[in-house]
Ligand binder design. Structure first.
Ligand code: AMP
Length: 202
């Protein structure tokens, strides 16, 4: 049986980076609502388009994201889930459609999150993540094509962190109370964080 992993943490905690590595390491699916929504930002739903919520840093309605996750998990044996659940209703829905083998929470302080998110840049060709201060690519061609996510501007970042505190911190408390949560210091280097996650899983 492949592992079914839930990775929790604030925006900027390193969920995307670590999920990619875990998906490679264990040969499992990387299920991420954020990427799925970005690829369908202008899709019409009965609630409007995802863009209307995402550009404001708000949560896309549960019905839309629950369906994305249901579909993705129905095709996956093992997976690492990243960016979902973001509120208690989503956590309840998730518990109805799957069981989890590990729940890991990457903890990072707020000012560090703001610094990471506002400096974050992405290579649109590979999806690789860089940072203007800490980690720029050596290749000039790659440097020149980096883009900033629409919602990584300082204003929207503050809104996303507020939404996180209001909606997603209770989800972390929920898993903590259930005794399933393993907390890892997300301010360690990416390699160290990865090693610690693998140690937990093994
Ligand atoms: P992320 O890439 O995970 O930071 O997600 C980017 C944006 O997509 C969020 O700010 C939300 O607007 C939306 N989004 C991603 N995942 C969810 C989710 N589970 N529930 C609601 N909205 C989501």
């Amino acid at each position: 049986m492949e592992p079914r992993i839930l990775l929790l943490g604030a925006p900027g905690a390193g969920k995307g980076t670590q999920s990619k590595r875990l998906a490679d390491e264990y040969d499992i699916e990387h299920v991420t609502t954020g990427d799925a929504l970005r690829a369908n930002k202008d899709m019409e739903t009965e609630y409007g388009t995802p863009r209307e919520y995402m550009d404001a840093g708000e949560l896309v309605p549960d019905a839309v994201v629950n369906e994305i996750v249901r579909e993705a998990l129905s095709n996956a044996d093992g997976y690492v889930l990243d960016g979902y659940p973001r509120n208690l209703e989503q956590a309840t829905y998730l518990s109805e459609i799957t069981d989890l083998d590990a729940v890991i929470y990457l903890s990072v302080g707020k000012e560090e999150l703001v610094r990471r998110l506002t400096g974050r840049r992405m290579d649109p060709e590979t999806g690789d993540i860089y940072h203007t201060e800490f980690n720029m690519p050596d290749d000039e061609a790659v440097r020149d094509r980096l883009v900033q996510r629409d919602d990584d501007t300082e204003d929207v970042v503050r809104d996303r962190l507020r939404v996180y505190e209001e909606n997603t911190e209770p989800v972390i408390e929920h898993y903590r109370e259930e005794g399933d949560l393993v907390e890892i210091d997300g301010e360690a280097s990416p390699d160290e964080v990865f090693e610690r996650i693998v140690a937990v899983l093994d």
